[in-house]
Design a binder for this molecule. Structure first.
Ligand code: FO1
Length: 448
């Protein structure tokens, strides 16, 4: 594999012992560069390979909807690794305590982690590093072009990162080698007690687990195959219509790393689908997703007003005192009690199902700006609701989407108007021109 996917996080010299892959963002066994790299290290040194996942009882406000989906996928990871003679351990507690302790107890020789641009993940790694006496590696298994390599700074827009990604695409958009059966087996461990692990979480029963999507790597690959066969050719024409069902629905799989974006890109590129649709889908899959990682990696304020570009902060400041025809509290937003039936329907779909159509996500966030007392509160409300209800909350894609909608991140100034200043506006009537709002609203109202 291309060694530029790998970063060294400490300076510890070589140590003999089993290799540990600390799986976190990329929860799958195939098409996973971090696992493949860990296996390469293990095979080179004739050592066993072990996968650990560190389950924390609370993660950025996640509820049983998100934990349930994640644990369902991880259960499959444990079983799927067995024939490869790679044991899976579920560690429970703070990563800075349980990961170094596991490495010490096992007398491991190296630790491999997957790349994640979120602050909490960087903090976990920094703390783990302090207590580690063995080499610690990080592998970007999430992006096609590794985030650190695609660009060394925060990019302004899709336009500026597209060129950089395209320059490196041939080098990184390669096939994956298969995972191999370990010749040096690790000591057997007891199967994970998944029911007990689920019971240890502090997350309450709400929001309920999503029934419309099956978790795990197998289901994700099936969904990919079905999307390419049935929907990809129509993607360019249907993607902005929430009533058309043309979206891939992959984002929960990407968020929990149950599907590799690189696998999706490879299968898309070699499919026979309509070329305009393929191009549109690859733009979302590679350029837009990797732009979101770039944003969070280089802008640690990614979920607040502070991450907005200067022009956006200035224009929003100038419009702080503008009269707002409606203002709603968090509770009113959460219970979908605004005057706007389209907004309420989008919110209700997110609460009930854990998903919102991509086009409506923009409308939804922009209206939160329009109906909040100030932009700071608007970002807080949008992030909180998104993280609480979306299956793919707590993701760079969600943070970048909210920052684009409310704070002009990756966008440019538009004609000035009340409240929004120069932030791009979206209107109810604009939505009416794009799709049948009534059909969408009545579809959501008929959900049980
Ligand atoms: N990652 C972990 O390593 N351990 C966890 O216990 C954990 C819980 C969790 C719950 C909800 C959720 O949306 C994500 C969660 N993640 C967890 C992280 C996740 O895998 C992603 O890496 C980031 O949220 C996005 O980059």
């Amino acid at each position: 594999m291309d060694e530029n996917r790998v970063s060294r996080l400490n300076k510890a010299g070589p140590v003999r012992g089993p290799v540990v892959y600390w799986m976190s963002r990329d929860q799958r066994i195939h098409d996973n560069w971090a696992l493949l790299f860990a296996q390469e290290l293990a095979i080179e040194s004739g050592e066993p390979l072990i996968v650990v996942f560190c389950l924390v009882p609370e993660f950025l406000g996640a509820g049983s909807r998100q934990y349930g989906f994640m644990l369902g996928g991880l259960q499959q990871v444990e079983a799927a690794l067995r024939p490869y003679r790679i044991p899976f351990h579920l560690l429970e507690g703070a990563p800075e305590t349980v990961v170094p302790k596991f490495v010490r107890t096992l007398k491991a020789g190296a630790l491999v982690a997957d790349f994640d641009p979120l602050r909490i993940k960087k903090l976990w790694k920094d703390k783990v590093k302090r207590d580690l006496r063995v080499p610690f590696f990080e592998v970007d298994a999430h992006n096609v072009v590794p985030c650190r390599l695609a660009s060394a700074k925060q990019e302004y827009s899709a336009f500026t990162i597209r060129k950089k990604i395209n320059r490196l695409l041939d080098r990184f958009l390669t096939g994956f080698p298969p995972l191999r059966k370990q010749e040096t087996p690790a000591p057997e461990n007891r199967p994970v007690d998944w029911a007990r692990a689920a019971a240890s979480l502090t997350a309450g029963p709400e929001p309920a687990v999503a029934e419309w999507i099956e978790p795990g790597e197998k289901a994700a690959l099936k969904a990919l195959e079905r999307f390419i066969r049935e929907k990809l050719s129509g993607y360019a024409g249907t993607r902005n219509d929430p009533t058309a069902g043309g979206q891939s629905g992959f984002s929960p799989y990407f968020h929990f790393g149950q599907l590799s974006a690189q696998r999706a890109a490879l299968e898309t590129a070699c499919s026979e689908a309509d070329s305009r649709s393929k191009e549109a889908f690859l733009e979302e899959l590679v350029v837009r997703r990797e732009l979101a990682d770039n944003f969070c990696h280089y802008n640690p304020a990614y979920d607040s007003f502070d991450c907005f570009p200067d022009w956006a902060k200035k224009t929003l400041d100038e419009h702080r005192q503008d009269p707002r025809p409606y203002t709603y509290s968090l509770g009113e937003f959460e219970s979908a009690s605004t005057h706007d039936d389209l907004w309420n329907a989008a919110q209700l779909e997110m609460v009930r199902k854990g998903k919102m159509h991509g086009y409506l996500r923009m409308y939804w966030a922009k209206k939160i700006l329009e109906w909040s007392p100030d932009p700071e509160e608007a970002v807080r409300t949008a992030v909180l609701l998104n993280d609480r209800y979306e299956l793919d909350g707590r993701d760079p894609g969600g943070y970048a989407g909210i920052a684009w909608s409310i704070g002009g991140v990756h966008d440019r100034p538009w004609a000035e108007r009340l409240v929004f200043g120069k932030i791009r506006y979206m209107s109810y009537n604009g939505c009416r021109r794009k799709f049948s709002v009534d059909e969408y609203v009545s579809g959501i109202q008929s959900l049980d």
